[in-house]
Design a protein. Sequence first.
Length: 199
Amino acid sequence: MHTTTTTRTFAIAAALTLGLTLAGCSTSNTRSEAGSSSSSTPAASAHDDHDVTFAQMMLPHHEQAVEMSDMLLAKGDGVDPDVAALAEQIKTEQSPEIEQLTSWLRAWGAPTASKHSGTGYAMSGTMSDSDMTDLDQASAQDAGKLFLEQMIQHHEGAVEMAKAEVDEGRNAEAVAMARSIVSSQTEQITRMQDMLAAM
């Protein structure tokens, strides 16, 4: 009886030891996997000069699109409701992207202003000061058509820059944003052309 009890005690102890050993291996593996996952984070944020240029150029480009939308919406009820709805959509889509672009540039240690800022360099599709004044001073009735004409040009420039990022960029998140811009703004260009044709 005593021998049986002793044998059972040893068996239980052996089982517990084996269990703890396996748990230790499991924990070790989990930690190893977690470490592996953590070590992949820097790779995900890897970037090159194309990513920096994309972010530096798209940031003020987006900011101007939001400014143009604000100008239109400030004109009130006299603006074509479909055009006003588009302006709201542009603000909704591009405002978070402005924050993301700014965040990337800071994380990459790059200035949020393009090297071309303040040099008179015009990014593809951007409006001149004169263009912005024309939109700002247009009547509510005329502003809708002018906004569409300007924003088509603006979007075409953004799509051109985004396609370059898709082709040449290294950062996965930046390339994903560029793909989204190509898709959404190409669709909006078609929509705006249809709206203009109906005016």
